[in-house]
Ligand binder design. Structure first.
Ligand code: NAD
Length: 250
């Protein structure tokens, strides 16, 4: 008889790592995974004042373990330090990211490298260390939080678009490499989501963008978190996909 390939509910503890979880989309994903009963490892670059109380609050409210790390995910040594404390991992959510808006010919090399190391190198560093833990269980999910600009590109956001385009190709390639090992790799290409990342836009800018979006509104972090949970419950046959979550925008 053919083996069923639908996800099964198991009683053993499940561990998830969410990068960039002090605020915005990462914070919403952490909250939603806590609600699902995952034990959590959470990171952010420097907002200990936000991440530490949040991790304690999740641990108390959901009766889970929740370990916060202040670390630069674009720094290989920092990522290795985190994984030294992770013995088991079912889910990796690569969410940490930064944006840069400006003309490409005015961009410094340092700014270009900062975007690439934060948005793309970090996904390599974490995945490289998560994969052996997942291979051990012949199961695991890697979910990359990407952007519609990684698919179609945005004016004034060439570096950001290139980094997210890299994440999208990374997702498709790694999914092929890991499918035989029972590990699924997918990405969520977000449209405009209401977070501090978009603080640089004026109310007028945001209103103009809203008018372009068929759903007639900006997306919410909680909707991205819901999409992450949907991917966790999806059949294992779903892998290598870059799923748009943009209100029909792109
Ligand atoms: P945000 O600025 O509100 O939060 C970013 C989080 O990433 C913070 O917790 C920050 O500490 C962390 N972070 C940044 N650099 C880091 C580093 N080097 N090491 C560790 N952590 C780091 O942003 P957001 O809107 O919640 O974005 C989350 C993800 O969603 C990003 O990858 C972003 O590119 C993507 N995204 C956002 C939107 C949007 O409209 N908000 C759209 C498409 C994609």
């Amino acid at each position: 008889m053919q083996k069923e390939h639908f996800p099964t509910v198991q009683n053993e503890p499940k561990y998830a790592l969410v990068t960039g979880a002090s605020r915005g989309i990462g914070r919403a994903i952490a909250e939603r995974l806590a609600k699902e009963g995952f034990h959590l490892y959470l990171t952010c670059s420097q907002s200990a004042n936000l991440l530490l109380p949040f991790a304690k609050d999740l641990a108390d409210r959901y009766a889970i373990s929740c370990v916060p790390f202040i670390a630069d995910m674009g720094n290989c040594t920092d990522v290795e330090r985190i994984f030294q404390q992770i013995p088991s991992l079912s889910v990796l959510v690569n969410n940490a990211g930064i944006s840069y808006i400006g003309l490409l010919h005015e961009m410094t090399t340092a700014d270009w490298q900062n975007i690439m190391r934060t948005n793309l190198d970090a996904v390599f560093y974490t995945s490289r260390l998560a994969i052996p833990l997942m291979l051990h269980d012949h199961a695991g999910k890697i979910i990359n939080i990407s952007s519609v600009w990684g698919n179609v590109g945005a004016s004034m956001e060439t570096a950001y678009s290139a980094s997210k385009g890299g994440v999208n190709s990374f997702t498709k390639a790694l999914a092929k490499e890991l499918a035989p090992s029972g590990i699924q790799v997918n990405a969520i290409a977000c449209g405009m989501i209401d977070t501090d990342m978009n603080q640089c836009f004026t109310d007028e800018d945001i209103e103009a963008l809203r008018q372009e979006i068929p759903a007639d509104r900006i997306g919410q972090s909680a909707e991205v978190a819901e999409m992450v949970v949907s991917l966790l419950h999806a059949p294992d046959y779903l892998t290598g996909q870059v799923i748009g979550l943009d209100g029909g925008w792109i």
